[in-house]
Write a protein that binds this ligand. Sequence first.
Ligand code: PRP
Ligand code: URA
Ligand code: MG
Length: 207
Amino acid sequence: MDMLVVDHPLAASLLATLRDERSDNAAFRHALSQLTQMLVYEAVRDAPIEKFEVKSPVAVTEGVRLKQPPLLVPVLRAGLGMVDQAHALIPQARVGFVGLARDEKTFEPVPYLESLPEDLSGLPVFVLDPMLATGGSMVHTLDLLVARGATDITAVCVVAAPQGVDALAASGHPVRLVTASVDEGLNDNKYIVPGLGDAGDRQFGPR
Ligand SMILES: O=P(O)(O)OC[C@H]1O[C@H](OP(=O)(O)OP(=O)(O)O)[C@H](O)[C@@H]1O
Ligand SMILES: O=c1cc[nH]c(=O)[nH]1
Ligand SMILES: [Mg+2]
């Protein structure tokens, strides 16, 4: 599986703010939004473009635009903190939604929302979720997308555990990963170490 770890001092600095337990909900949401901008910017770097004619006040010249803007799919709740910034960068993008809550005992994702276009064939998809821990939530989301015909999926995650990376690779789904960090591992509660805690709670408060 292709993986891009965005290695940039500004991304690292925002990640430090996210990790810092002293960052309150507002600071956390702000840093997540800013870091999403960098991750999505890099995720789009090699996307196919098309050329079109632009008339500047001075002359006619060539402009470029994305050939096919991706479908953005935030995984609720935590992915909600990424979608506005991604959409600001790619305003033509359509948006679908998946809602999952990890069971605290089994660590399996429990689905509660699925709002996706019926046919995803030929449409690139960016899944937005800050945390890739065991990978169960992301693989569940990939299952939904592939069942609708998606063949070109990018998982945009702020922090990934090696176990989550392995789970994506083992899924066999057509996915690549863009992340700011592959962390050390998971603790007994399947939280990423060092991670940044519960990305949903840190934005919106405890469920
Ligand atoms: O890789 P996994 O082990 O599946 O864990 C990662 C999932 O856990 C978090 O969501 P959570 O279930 O806490 O829901 P929330 O966003 O509503 O807090 C996170 O946003 C991912 O969706
Ligand atoms: O570290 C983790 C693992 C799952 N979900 C989170 O929000 N954080
Ligand atoms: Mg959570």
